[in-house]
Design a protein around this ligand. Structure first.
Ligand code: NDP
Length: 480
């Protein structure tokens, strides 16, 4: 059985506890690897290694730092098939999705920030009083990166790459549910010649390793992606120590469909925004609002197409949906389907566990589910389900749909479907979400600010936003 070691001070080492955690393949419901069950001692060791490496890494020329990070990107590309397969087995996602989205994006994250760091510049402000200000942006030191299970390597690298590019040393923790590709990344980093201690990956439970990262006084900035409750917990620990915090949290995203939309394009994309990665993407549109003249037609077509989606072995080419990441998570999603029924919802299609045969007979699979007949403010429409479950409901006016869309505690992303340009701008201005896609979904330019409003988070990732987060700004004012 594969054993997943920590990556500390440039070496793959066992946890100090000597204990290991079971890692499951959700498509077969069986343990397939053992993961280091680390604790604050391992985090302490990682922080010491990172501190020692910091002067070398931060003092390196940008060209040299860039070259090492590019080698990591190339290492991801060279191990493309291995990483995609590992991601599919660990997470349950269709192999095809890992090949098309997760792994290419992990390589792009490193490419993007490896080249970006060469072009990163700071501001200068001249004054009429005969003075000039310039901003120095210096790396922070040792930073913590904590990431979730839904897009494991994709989100892990989205944090680590800018943190390293800005000249910091990193102590990182992937989700204990999906640690395999982070482990493979540590092997790639060793091969790429990343100096010892620059990146440390400490595996284990959130309430031990994650907690130790949040608490450690020498980790002075934390970038976290995960649930809103965990984010609030981390903020509570970090705030009295005045740590810099970037929090990318949950969502309950609206998809708003007007009758004048490009129907075929909308339907294809809304299928994806509802059920890609079994609905386990923080950006998935789980509340679908349809303008009343189009409602019945949309309902008919959408339900029919959803019922045709194939839930199957993630390794097979023709599977549209793979497994749910864990048994507890599958049960959580099922409990929300029960709640929807109690709240008066009608299941139009799906709603049940899927029992596959042969290899996947004990795997954790769910039918893609469409529900109607619920009010916008019931729990099903307010709480994050994070599975292949969407609700549909009609609306009559722009004001009404904006009220529905903005009614949740979340404010991560929305998608809007209309061919009316003025309306598209009007709606975008009024939506209380950090990201608005008009006539598209998940179209990502890595230079743009990425993140949510309200309880979906604090701060933005992406482009210079990330480089600024991972640096301290110092203003120098010179009178001449
Ligand atoms: P969790 O909040 O449960 O976990 C996220 C990470 O935090 C994991 O590595 C977890 O470890 C760790 N963690 C748990 N407890 C603590 C703690 N006390 N201190 C420090 N770290 C801790 O989220 P999930 O992994 O369940 O991910 C799903 C959530 O992530 C959804 O709410 C989703 O919306 C959100 N998300 C947000 C995105 C965004 O960009 N806004 C993108 C993707 C997901 P462990 O796994 O061991 O518990």
């Amino acid at each position: 059985m594969k054993v997943i070691s920590n990556y500390i001070n440039g070496q793959l080492i066992a946890p100090q506890s000597g204990q290991y955690i079971d890692v499951y393949d959700p498509s077969v419901g069986e343990v397939y690897a053992k993961l280091s069950d680390s604790d604050n001692r391992d985090v302490g060791q990682a922080v010491q290694a990172a501190k020692k490496a910091f002067p070398v890494w931060s003092g390196m020329t940008t060209e040299k730092r860039s070259a090492i990070l590019l080698k990591i990107a190339q290492g991801i590309e060279a191990n493309f098939e291995k990483l995609a397969l590992a991601e599919s087995i660990d997470n349950g996602k269709p192999l095809k999705l890992a090949q098309e989205v997760d792994i290419p994006r992990a390589a792009s994250n490193f490419h993007f920030f490896a080249t970006g760091l060469i072009h990163f510049a700071s501001e200068s402000h001249s004054m009429e009083e005969g003075a000039i200000n310039y901003t120095l942006r210096t790396p922070i030191g040792v930073v913590g990166c904590i990431s979730p299970w839904n897009l494991p390597l994709y989100l892990f690298t989205w944090k680590i790459a800018p943190a390293l590019a800005a000249g910091n040393c990193v102590v990182a923790k992937p989700s204990e549910i999906t640690p395999m590709t982070a482990f493979l990344l540590s092997e790639i980093c060793i091969e790429a010649g990343l100096p010892a201690g620059v990146l440390n990956i400490v595996h284990g439970y959130g309430n031990k390793v994650g907690q130790a990262i949040a608490e450690h006084p020498q980790i002075t900035a934390i970038s976290f992606t995960g649930g809103t409750v965990t984010g609030a917990h981390i903020a509570k620990i970090a705030a009295p120590m005045f740590k810099k915090l970037s929090l990318e949290l949950g969502g309950k995203n609206p998809a708003i469909i007007f009758a004048d939309c490009n129907y075929e394009k909308m339907l294809d994309t809304v299928m994806r925004s509802s059920f890609a990665n079994q609905g386990q993407i923080c950006l998935c549109g789980s509340r679908i609002f349809v303008e009343r003249p189009l409602y019945e037609k949309f309902k008919l077509d959408f339900v029919q197409r959803t019922a045709q989606l194939k839930v199957g072995d993630p390794l097979l080419e023709n599977s549209n949906l793979g497994a749910i990441v864990s048994e507890p998570h599958m049960n959580k999603v099922l409990s929300y389907i029960d709640l929807a029924k109690q709240e008066g919802g009608t299941i139009l299609t799906g709603g049940k566990r899927v029992k596959l045969e042969e290899r996947c007979k004990n795997g954790w699979f769910l039918e893609p589910t469409v529900i109607e007949g619920l009010s916008y403010d019931c729990r099903t429409n307010q709480e994050e389900i994070f599975g292949p479950v969407v609700t549909i409901m009609p609306f009559d006016t722009e004001e009404e749909v904006l009220m529905y869309a903005n009614s949740t505690q979340y404010g991560l992303a929305s998608s809007v479907w209309t061919e009316n340009l003025s309306r598209a701008h009007r709606i975008a201005a009024e939506l209380k979400t950090g990201i608005i896609w008009t006539n598209c979904w998940l179209l990502r330019d890595l230079r743009t600010p990425f993140g949510g409003m309200k309880n979906s988070g604090v701060g933005r990732e992406g482009g210079w936003e990330a480089m600024r987060f991972f640096t301290e700004a110092k203003n120098v004012c010179i009178k001449y």
